[in-house]
Design a protein around this ligand. Structure first.
Ligand code: GCW
Length: 768
């Protein structure tokens, strides 16, 4: 009976999860696998069979009975599997890593010395917010009230800018020079009282310090004798949202937009405020709210007054709003007969537009531009350069302290695939390297981590080393467009670490990507990180609770790219699920293996994800890469596979890298296996460094990957009872779905490459 109820519970649970995500605009699919749960249905209705079979009942009576049954069993199951815990799965999903679960009594003893009041030395929306969040967090974590007092009367937690702190303690100095947004947490005697001080050069830094303090307590980290100062690695740490004004999100898998609905800004911006809180807690200081395929209408005065409301809910969390703009706006919105960036009327128009927007949103971060890319209008319409286009906007933003992000994702998607010298991967460098030094100092070239498009594995874009006199930022994709769309677990932090730590050997000297984009190598004034997040209205934000590790991880890496993947996933797990050792170990292991597992059953050896690129970018579709101008080619034919990008015989793409890196990739012998097919075209019988032939590697990796995905289900079952029932079931059902999908991927790719090559799997697993 118990199993029967549990089975009913899980399938009705599946139904309820799906109900929670049902209303979606077309083009974004329901993100939950129902079919694994269908079988229990048959059982569910066993008691009704007699009823249904014997004679026809009036439909409404059946419907009513079924409804009453559904609600009661659902209630039963949620009580049965999860009600032991205070917060529901939905609330936990929504709180994400800021749930501040009560610390157990033993751990709480470590915080007995934590003062019971907090003091602000000056006031602002951000500082007051920091004080409120601190009090709320301490109460949830330790069950203790934190009084806020005007002055330091006895031991207190003091939240202050360095300027205000020096006014009462001139000799108190942080151990390192603090940059904007940096913070310092330390114990100090103020007014003869032992105080815990959270100080920073600016209000936002104090907010970040406060979140860092709460994170320590939530993870049970000692604060005794704490004297910690941290600076962000780069000044710019933004997320991008590809939200359309009608509420749909391009490449969004977490429900409709939290900002827009039916062509307007939402009346209820609670989720937008909650999002800003989440972003602030991981040091994110900017958010671009709309799709880079920007609707010009967002710059209409009537729309800007609406956007202002979003900036207002962002402000207390120190998140600066920014807007994606269409370069043809002077014409489409302004009514000019041109949008030629060198036409003085156009410059004037952008200046006036910026002035008008800053009147409404004085702390606007700036604009993001996608031009001459995938059909977007651009400077080529007037024979102008990307620098001309970026600069006309940069000059309009400069007086207000704004920046323009100009995306280097510019390529011709009508390339002739028959021409073996054509290569989409060359585009960013070919388009922007020649313009190095031509961009204004408040313009930033935003570069995707790889030269193609967020595939499961790509080499680092050579453009990072190709811009010495231009600000640059890296664009990473948190939303998993080509890595399973949040239906598959794929923790991207290890991938991003490989990218950020990659040494480009500029002028034969160390030049890691993280040091290039942060401006350290070429001494650039600004630079940083942009992460395409695309959170939506789903309670779990991204469509899957486990995928939130990617948003968390992006923020942590943008703050400090030296952090390890292990440290980041450990933090996230403890904050999201608690510090139960079984949970911490299992979640970390699953997350840290997930990228390679996904790569194994999709597109190995740098061939690209091999997904359906002319369709949903989700299902296996290796054929869709070839025979079109999109340029995600893998050149697989009956003899071999891979893109020849060598200087010697191929597209010459490798020549865009600094010599030492080029040498590594140009030589077959030196080229790493996991990128072989990105740089070389080889026969299927080519033997890898691993000793396997290319073809056998493809067979083996797919069988191993699918098997490992099956193992996720088993491994997750280890934490049953250690995680609240609702999220346990939710994640379990996702792993069951992923396991089935992995087999689908395995069979499609293995069959495809067998049919192409005619070379059988030496283990006889693959049939034609
Ligand atoms: O990855 C591709 C996506 C498009 C996206 C484009 C871009 C917003 O398929 O959906 O458009 O890249 O980055 O501009």
């Amino acid at each position: 009976m118990v199993d029967h109820v549990r089975r009913v519970g899980s399938s009705l649970w599946a139904l309820r999860v799906c109900a929670r995500t049902l209303c979606r605009p077309h083009g974004t699919r329901c993100n939950f696998p129902l079919h694994p749960g269908l079988t229990p249905w048959a059982n569910t209705f066993r008691p009704f069979r007699g009823l249904l079979l014997s004679k026809a009942l009036h439909l409404d009576r059946i419907a009513r009975n079924t409804w009453v049954l559904l609600v009661s069993v659902n209630l039963l199951s949620s009580v049965f599997v999860s009600y032991g815990l205070a917060q529901t799965g939905a609330t936990l999903d929504r709180e994400a890593w800021l749930r501040y679960a009560a610390v157990d009594a033993k751990a709480a003893r470590a915080y007995e010395k934590l003062p019971s009041s907090s003091v602000l030395l000056s006031r602002s929306a951000v500082l007051e917010n920091a004080q409120r969040e601190l009090a709320g967090g301490i109460e949830k974590l330790l069950g203790r009230k934190l009084n806020s007092t005007e002055n330091i009367k006895g031991s207190a937690i003091v939240l202050a800018t360095l300027h205000d702190l020096h006014s009462i303690a001139p000799s108190l100095r942080p151990p390192i020079a603090l940059a904007t947004d940096g913070y310092w947490i330390t114990w100090a005697r103020l007014h003869d009282s032992e105080c815990l001080v959270v100080a920073a050069p600016n209000d936002r830094g104090v907010l970040y310090g406060m979140f860092a303090l709460l994170s320590k307590v939530a993870r049970g980290e000692s604060i005794a004798g704490v004297n910690e100062a941290q600076n962000p690695y780069a000044p710019i740490r933004w997320v991008n949202q590809w939200d359309n004004l009608d509420g749909r999100i391009e490449r969004g898998y977490g429900g409709p937009s939290i900002f827009f609905e039916d062509g307007k800004v939402r009346s209820d911006l609670t989720r937008a405020g909650d999002y800003a809180r989440l972003l602030a807690s991981i040091g994110i200081n900017g958010c671009t709210i709309n799709n880079v395929n920007a609707a010009p209408g967002i710059l209409e005065p009537s729309f800007i007054v609406q956007v202002k409301r979003i900036a207002d809910v962002f402000r207390p969390w120190g998140v600066q709003l920014s807007i994606s703009v269409d370069l043809s706006s002077p014409k489409v919105v302004g009514g000019l007969d041109t949008f030629d960036p060198l036409d003085p009327r156009v410059g004037d128009w952008w200046r006036k537009k910026a002035d008008a927007i800053y009147e409404q949103i004085p702390d606007l971060g700036g604009f993001v531009v996608k031009a001459d890319s995938e059909g977007r209008s651009g400077p080529s319409a007037y024979g102008r350069t990307h620098a001309d286009a970026a600069n006309v906007i940069a000059r309009a933003l400069k007086p207000h302290g704004g920046v323009v992000f100009y995306r280097a994702f510019v390529y011709n998607h009508h390339l002739d695939w028959r021409d073996l010298k054509n290569d989409r991967a060359r585009a960013a460098y070919d388009n922007f390297h020649p313009l190095d030094g031509k961009f204004d100092d408040n313009a930033i070239v935003q570069i995707k981590n790889g030269p193609i498009d967020f595939q499961v594995r790509e080499p680092v874009s050579p453009l990072f080393a190709g811009l010495r006199n231009t600000n640059e930022a890296i664009e990473l994709q948190i939303t998993q467009e080509y890595t399973g769309q949040q239906k598959h677990l794929c923790f991207l932090v290890p991938m991003w670490k490989e990218v950020l730590d990659f040494d480009m050997r500029v002028d034969g000297t160390p030049a890691r990507v993280k040091n290039l984009l942060s401006g350290r190598i070429f001494r650039r004034p600004i630079g940083g990180f942009a992460g395409v997040a695309n959170v939506g209205m789903d309670t779990n934000w991204l469509g899957s609770p486990m995928a939130m590790a990617n948003l968390y991880g992006f923020g942590r890496l943008a703050w400090n790219p030296d952090l390890s993947s292990e440290a980041i996933v450990d933090e996230w797990t403890r904050l999201t699920f608690g510090s139960d050792p079984a949970v911490v170990k299992t979640v970390a292991d699953l997350q840290l293996r997930s990228w390679h597992v996904y790569e194994n059953y999709t597109g190995p050896l740098g061939a690209g994800t091999l997904t359906n690129i002319t369709g949903n970018h989700y299902d296996p579709g290796p054929e869709s890469s070839e025979g079109n101008g999109w340029g995600q080619w893998h050149r697989a034919d009956h003899q071999g596979i891979g893109m020849d990008r060598t200087v010697a015989t191929g597209t010459g793409y490798i020549g865009q890298y600094p010599p030492e890196v080029g040498k590594l990739y140009e030589s077959l012998a030196a080229c790493p296996d996991n990128l072989l097919l990105f740089f070389h075209h080889v026969p299927y019988t080519y033997v890898l460094h691993s000793g396997k032939t290319v073809i056998q590697h493809v067979y083996d990796s797919h069988y191993e990957g699918a098997e490992e995905a099956q193992g996720f289900v088993t491994e997750w079952k280890n934490v049953e009872g250690h995680v609240d029932g609702e999220r346990y079931q939710d994640v379990l059902s996702r792993f069951e779905f992923q396991a089935a999908e992995a087999i689908k991927w395995r069979d499609v790719i293995c069959k495809w490459i067998y049919q192409l090559s005619g070379i059988p799997d030496n283990k006889g697993r693959v049939t034609q």
